[in-house]
Design a binder for this molecule. Structure first.
Ligand code: NAD
Length: 466
């Protein structure tokens, strides 16, 4: 069987960009991305795509209508496809009075049930979503339960390693593509077919094949390692602030050791995004189920340290503003969880903003890519003490950074957008209340210059002269 048609269930941050690049590089394969959300599909078929990723508009413009399609007709796409990616969301669920947290696989299960109901012929089903180890077993159980005549399934694990903000580059020049499959002749044949698809643009030596469980665990392990580096450097940033050491100097000295390397050693207000916390919680839960409490506790610390960092930063802001922010006007620059994306899932800005709102602050928020409705939605859902109406009255969303800083007491920089480095801070200083404070949660600004202008500056992992 040659792969002629691919279906992807889930038109999100992973399904959309991944299939767009696949369609670009495999012009003879028809790629159809389906989603149960009519709005999302309509946006994929419009000029304003539902997600912002540098380079994505261009790839979609080249392929859409040629061999790339976005559709709500899930049944036809499943029926016609040789290979089906499951790329649905895998959020975290809480249980046991909120004490336990684990991956909620209801969307993966839903997708598997749709395939079982609608499929005909031979199908290769590929887990693209990040799932717990041995999830493939449960999916196969659902797929094969119907025992439909003339239908056969092979299941593969092919986790996605793209990072939001650099998704297109990551997909075009992947460090590695990982494919896990069953150790049977049919399993090997399915792996080979998916390898063939990727070999249209990824060199064979960068395609790693493993057994299914190694592949599933590798994705959780990769995110756990990345998050662990951030928590490690953030933990040391607290030591720097207490001692006078400078975390940038420490990171440089440590990172020049070739065994350690310099990437992912940037101290900050904390990590965010839909994956790091969720995937580590998933790993922790698996370890608990496997009766490995010490291993679970080890990885839980990575999350606890991230919570500590966000709280520590928010507390520092309040303390520096004379220990009260009640009725103070405060600017938040950046709301996305990182630059070059409009995604706010688990963004540290949400933690900072809700802490300040709960203490009575008036917020002025500017982000170049996040929709205003998304910001209000995040804050009304997550503020602990404030009623949604109060939150709305206490928050102004601006479409211009200068307007967002006019007349405010402090600026808190939460996302490392390049444009924040280029702002005219002399102009901003003139328009602000005095003393004017800046809290640089991403360590991207020229602190010496800001101090010369007159700002009171605070950052992560370094004591600055007042
Ligand atoms: P997302 O929420 O952006 O998109 C998921 C989409 O699946 C939604 O549009 C939803 O409507 C759709 N969906 C859910 N159930 C469906 C069904 N039964 N039929 C049709 N559509 C359905 O999620 P995402 O960020 O793209 O993440 C998808 C998976 O990839 C997750 O497991 C995530 O952990 C993993 N992942 C995400 C990233 C990332 O940076 N976002 C990176 C690597 C891996």
């Amino acid at each position: 069987m040659v792969i002629k048609k691919i279906c992807c269930i889930g038109a999100g941050y992973v399904g959309g960009p991944t299939c767009s690049v696949m369609a670009l590089k495999c012009p003879h394969i028809t790629v159809t991305v389906v989603d149960k959300s009519k709005d999302r599909i309509a946006q994929w078929n419009s000029d304003k795509l539902p997600i912002y990723e540098p380079g994505l508009d261009e790839v979609v413009a080249e392929c859409r209508g040629r061999n790339l399609f976005f559709s709500t007709d899930i049944e036809t796409a499943i029926k016609e496809a040789d290979l089906i990616f499951i790329s649905v969301n895998t959020p975290t669920k809480t249980f046991g009075n909120g004490k336990g947290r684990a991956a909620d696989l209801k969307y993966v299960e839903g997708a598997a049930r749709m395939i079982a109901e609608m499929a005909s012929g031979d199908k290769i089903v590929v887990e693209k979503s990040t799932v717990p180890v041995r999830a493939a077993e449960s999916i196969l159980n659902i797929l094969r339960a119907n025992n439909k005549p003339g239908v056969s399934y092979q299941i593969l694990s092919n986790p996605e390693f793209l990072a939001e903000g650099t998704a297109i580059d990551d997909l075009l020049k992947a460090d590695r593509v990982l494919i896990g499959g069953e150790d049977t002749p049919e399993g090997h044949a399915a792996v080979e077919k998916l390898c063939w698809v990727y070999e249209h643009w990824i060199s064979r030596c960068n395609i790693i094949t493993t057994n299914t469980w190694s592949s599933e665990l590798s994705k959780l392990a990769a995110n756990a390692f990345l998050a662990q580096r951030i928590s490690s450097i953030n933990s040391l940033s607290a030591v720097c602030e207490a001692t006078g050491a400078d975390i940038s100097e420490v990171a440089r000295a440590v990172g020049l050791d070739s065994r350690i390397g310099s990437k992912f050693l940037q101290a900050s207000v904390g990590f965010g995004g839909s994956c790091f916390q969720k995937d580590i919680l998933n790993l922790v839960y698996i370890c608990e189920c496997l009766n490995l409490p010490e291993v679970a506790a080890y990885w839980q610390q990575v999350i606890d340290m991230n919570e500590y960092q966000k709280s520590r930063f928010s507390a520092k802001v309040i303390e520096s503003l004379f220990n009260t922010v009640s009725d103070k006007q405060i600017t938040i620059l950046g709301f996305a969880f990182k630059k070059d994306t409009g995604d706010t899932r688990e963004s540290p800005a949400i933690h900072v903003a809700t802490t300040l709102l709960d203490e009575g602050a008036k917020l002025h928020i500017y982000d170049p890519k996040v929709e205003p409705s998304q910001i209000i939605d995040d804050l009304t859902h997550l503020s602990v003490t404030e009623e949604p109406e109060n939150v709305k009255n206490s928050v102004t969303i601006h479409s211009d950074p200068y307007a967002a800083t006019m007349g405010t007491h402090a600026i808190i920089l939460c996302t490392e957008w390049d444009e924040f480095v280029m702002l005219d801070y002399e102009r901003i200083y003139k328009g602000m209340m005095k003393p004017a404070h800046i809290f640089d949660g991403r360590k991207i600004l020229d602190h010496d210059r800001l101090i010369k202008i007159g700002f009171q500056v605070q950052t992560i992992g370094k004591r600055l002269a007042r």
